[in-house]
Write a protein that binds this ligand. Sequence first.
Ligand code: GLU
Length: 381
Amino acid sequence: MSHPKLKKFRRIVVKVGSSLLIDSAAGEVRASWLAALAADIAKLHHDGKDVLVVSSGSIALGRSRLKLPSGALKLEESQAAAAVGQIELARIWSEVLGAHGIGAGQILVTLQDTEERRRYLNARSTITKLLEWRAVPVINENDTVATNEIRYGDNDRLAARVATMTSADLLVLLSDIDGLYTAPPSANPNAKLIPIVESVTADIEAMAGAAESELSRGGMRTKIEAAKIATSAGTHMLIASGKIEHPLQAIADGGPCTWFLTPANPVTARKRWIAGSLEPKGTLTIDAGAVAALRAGKSLLPAGVIRVDGQFARGDAVVVRGPDTHEIGRGLVAYDAENADLIKGRSSSDAAQILGISGRAEMIHRDDLVVGGPRGTDSAK
Ligand code: GLU
């Protein structure tokens, strides 16, 4: 089986680990390496792709700026070190991307931001807006407020969640190793790079072992966890070495790496999840014009809604019914029940005025909508 080409993807999340970004001996950012990576990102960006960066390095950079002794940091120490390092990290990304005429937007997320539906929608709409404006979101965990119990801790899994949340079709983990090997290559000279993983089996997990490097929290194990998150939501993932200059160009040129392939595409996978696993909290009844629009693959606008039932919050799943109460589909609604009721039947600009915000125009965005039978077989692709 072959893997897809880099140029085929439309939205790519690139995760950069601390050990690549920072020279641990000097405690400085590897400036020329980063400039080369920024040139690769700019090339993809100028080819019309959406690029998102998940960058680690706040704790390591803060540690070096504050001249902290080596050794493990207590929670409040790493939180405070991150406060110092994150400012610098954001400045560096803004500079290196700015050199290519690209605006960088800093987004710091916590575990709750990606796992609670309401906050998830907020984070997602900010990221989507940045991409629409052709800026590059630069994302990290909000390490200054994250506590041990409620944090990702590693940016591999965080990057995978960001990728699935933004329906990215590719996640690239740049690492200090060029992919997954059959055994740890440092210990076993016969270890072989696995070019393609079609599904993450127990054997694959066993190969990951527990390797960890000095600076980064994630080893191969968190990368395999990331692969599970990404590929089950329709995002392909690859692990490649970031130790070389122009690592993304190297991937495009067919350099060594491990691909983790997904059988689905992000939107279909997301829709399957909406159709199958959510408990609807309410019902929107829509007019015949809206039924036709939905069947043609469009979003549901407030104007097409004639009745709102149930108690739901923004982001909850609702059932959509036609004028004859026949189920048309299911989706994640962008307004709570009270606001949905206030703006039903109104144009999107009236709706914005009524609510006093220029919010989202759609009642349910088409990516959040499954049109079909009762269990939502997707006919609106
Ligand atoms: N969020 C952490 C930082 O920026 C890094 C986590 C990781 O290394 O994966 O320092």
